[in-house]
Design a protein around this ligand. Structure first.
Ligand code: TA6
Length: 310
């Protein structure tokens, strides 16, 4: 089984506009409201791979209730920890021919009592779990090294972790002794870690040889439409992907994590894991709804992805 962690979930609102008019009224007729936060997008994509993932994090208020109600309807097992505080909204404006503007609320302020209680809750959930995904930002009130503790608890019970985070919470993990099995930074997030520009695959390879990345088996660096660069133990792979017309790219990184989690659970070899992950990310971009994929297109996309070992 796969446990997806969304510490800071959201009700994702997607507004589609032809042209965004700043400092003006924008009326929309094309919009959706879905359980979101990176980890819940991972969980939703996993249901399309015929998985019944468990999901946890903090949920509260009316928006938390909205998410809980929806989860049972889409086959995601709800193991969220209830908080008194209100779960957040995240807004994606899809406008002007493929542009995407996101407004992400910071979310509830979690207090120390809830922070500690969640660790016990999380630890108990690990029984029967094979893969743990940890995705997205931390809400205020939690220390920036909170993911280090979740990874420690997971490693203690032999559970492989895929971490998809950025900024301070990712840096804390990289500087800690507790390493996840895999991380999936994008180029910007990677440049932010070492504060150096990464112009090509050689510079990415050099960056990944930094001791900060020691102990992480799989590092999948997503390059958006330019594919990916992967370090898998001592092997390096370049990945090229087909050019597609993205309908809604929001959540494609989350779908990539879902494909990686599924293929790791199925014990596929690295090249197949990478290909599955990239296929899943592209299928999400082809779908109007965040965190949704259409498996009818799976083989067509899968066969066009090239994973080359360096
Ligand atoms: O990756 C897309 C997305 O999941 C959005 O749907 C929105 O929920 C956002 O990320 C949340 O990001 P954060 O980093 O704040 O967890």
């Amino acid at each position: 089984m796969i446990l997806t962690v969304t510490i800071n979930p959201s009700v994702d609102i997607s507004y589609r506009l032809n042209a965004l008019k700043l400092d003006d009224v924008n009326r929309v007729t094309h919009y959706s409201k879905t359980p979101g936060g990176k980890g819940l997008n991972v969980a939703r994509v996993l249901t399309h791979f015929n998985e019944r993932p468990s999901a946890t994090g903090f949920l509260g208020g009316a928006l938390g209730q909205f998410i809980s109600t929806q989860l049972s309807e889409i086959g995601i097992k709800d193991y969220f920890f209830q908080t008194e505080k209100e779960t957040r909204n995240c807004i994606a404006l899809l406008h002007d021919e493929g542009k995407q503007t996101e407004i992400l609320e910071s979310g509830p302020v979690i207090d120390n009592k809830e922070s500690q209680a969640f660790l016990d809750h999380f630890s108990k959930l690990l029984k029967g779990i094979e893969i743990v995904t940890i995705s997205g930002s931390l809400p205020r009130g939690l220390p920036s090294d909170y993911y280090v503790e979740l990874i420690r608890l997971s490693n203690l019970k032999g559970k492989r972790v895929i971490l998809d985070s950025s900024g301070g919470s990712l840096k804390e993990v990289l500087h800690s002794e507790e390493k996840p099995f895999a991380i999936k930074p994008n180029i910007d997030e990677l440049e932010n870690i070492l504060n150096e520009p990464l112009e090509n695959d050689d510079s990415i390879m050099e960056c990944l040889n930094n001791k900060l990345f020691n102990g992480i088996d799989c590092i999948l660096v997503s390059k958006g439409a330019n594919g990916a660069f992967v370090k898998w133990n001592s092997d390096y792979f370049t990945v090229t992907i087909p050019k597609v017309k993205a309908v809604n790219p929001v959540g494609s990184g989350d779908a990539t994590v879902a494909g990686l989690a599924k293929s790791l659970k199925d014990h596929l070899e690295p090249e197949k894991c990478i290909t599955t992950a990239m296929t899943s990310g592209i299928l999400n971009a082809l779908n109007e709804k965040t965190g949704e994929i259409n498996l009818l297109d799976y083989t067509t996309i899968y066969e066009k992805i090239k994973v080359s070992k360096l």
